[in-house]
Design a protein around this ligand. Sequence first.
Ligand code: NAG
Ligand code: NAG
Ligand code: NAG
Ligand code: NAG
Ligand code: NAG
Length: 423
Amino acid sequence: MSCLTAVLLLATSAVYATVAPTPEVTLPLNKWYHEYDHPVHALFKRGAVGDAVSYSAVGTPEWATGFPPGVPDTASLPQAWVDALNAAVKAGKIPDIPVSTGSNGMNPVYPTGYDPMSPTVCSSTWKCVIPGDLWDAPAGVVGLSFDDGPLPPSPQLYQFLANNSEHATHFFIGTNILEYPDIFMTAFATNHDDIAVHTWTHPYMTTKTNLEVLGELGWTMELIQNSTGGRVPKYWRPPYGDCDTRVRAIAKEVFGLITVIWNQDTSDWTLSEPYPAVSPEEVQQQMTKWLTGPKDTGLIILEHELSDKSVKAFMDAYPLMVSNGWKRLSVAQLDAGPAYQNSWNSTSQVNPAMVGNSTIQPPTLSNTSTTKPSGTSATGKPGSSGAPDANQKSGATHFSVASLALTGIIAFIVATAGGIIMA
Ligand SMILES: *[C@@H]1O[C@H](CO)[C@@H](O)[C@H](O)[C@H]1NC(C)=O
Ligand SMILES: *[C@@H]1O[C@H](CO)[C@@H](O)[C@H](O)[C@H]1NC(C)=O
Ligand SMILES: *[C@@H]1O[C@H](CO)[C@@H](O)[C@H](O)[C@H]1NC(C)=O
Ligand SMILES: *[C@@H]1O[C@H](CO)[C@@H](O)[C@H](O)[C@H]1NC(C)=O
Ligand SMILES: *[C@@H]1O[C@H](CO)[C@@H](O)[C@H](O)[C@H]1NC(C)=O
């Protein structure tokens, strides 16, 4: 337990770019939030204006049948996705770095010559921050987000959020949406919360090939689109916080997704594990420390709707967020823009105009770009951000020995403590 405390105490303070949330603006008619030549328009077409797509009712067999029941088969991905990936690769927008190797709870490892802290790789698991990714909240703001749902513990959380008029961002796992459509609908249609992507099967994404990454993100986006009246997700959070320049570029260049990590982690996901890394009391101690601490950088605390205990950890900490004057916003709200690529939020208008307009062709991407990933310009510097206690593990679909870590060494200590000698 003490090693975990040491891990958590390693959080560093730092320099933050804080952006005050701007007031909501009206979504311009006939326009998405990405420029018209962005691949995401072509990938998630809707009918032309006045010719609305009809989506199967959420939870029906027709709604589910077109989606892969498990790990996506890379041989049968929609051709439009593969074409968009190939175009992005050809344009030099997807860094050509090797996949990492997972090692049972340790940080993913790259072949010799590929330093995870280098600008070439910039692994978020190793705390390398790519500018433009979301790690921090604006001053005075605590971002509410929950990973791994929808799951049976979720409804209690949704009731609590609704009781308190709070909105959160839910980073949902695609196969969990297939399994729990009613719970999904409570989050989306009853609570009007923001729905975001947490991949199809919750893998370490840097261990996946380009095509595997495509399937993990694309199917989750399509299922969310088909279950929300056509809303195209704008945010994703990599499972375990595991991302690098390659995975991040596929998310951004092909699907238009913004990558969200976190700057504090309670390890609440372990509360329901056979050998929890923390007790509920320790989670509250951490929460209390952050929520009574300085507000110059806001908090994005990694939290889960994975178990009754992880949900309770949030509900127990919530009164302190209120009494200490933290502004509570969903992660999408704190980023001061719309929650979806084509709609402000879960109740506002969806902009179908242009999307699926047959005059809009798949983008022709320039092949003269440099090999530098567009829009990333990784610095390779360790978190200019509140230290993420990255590499969390959450066991919604997979189980492995604990993998909470800041670095490989600490990962090893914690994995050992959690899996072998934890008292
Ligand atoms: C998503 O919905 C659209 C519109 O109804 C449909 O054409 C498409 O096949 C659906 N996707 C899957 C994978 O079922
Ligand atoms: C929500 O509020 C209702 C009515 O006050 C209450 O019965 C219920 O226990 C609350 N649920 C949660 C999870 O806070
Ligand atoms: C969603 O946006 C509409 C305006 O488009 C606004 O009236 C409503 O309050 C928003 N809902 C939430 C949950 O923020
Ligand atoms: C389709 O796109 C073209 C080119 O931008 C535009 O002129 C036309 O009005 C659009 N049609 C519809 C139905 O939105
Ligand atoms: C790639 O760039 C070259 C040089 O600018 C150009 O001649 C060629 O047509 C481009 N190819 C494609 C497929 O865009």
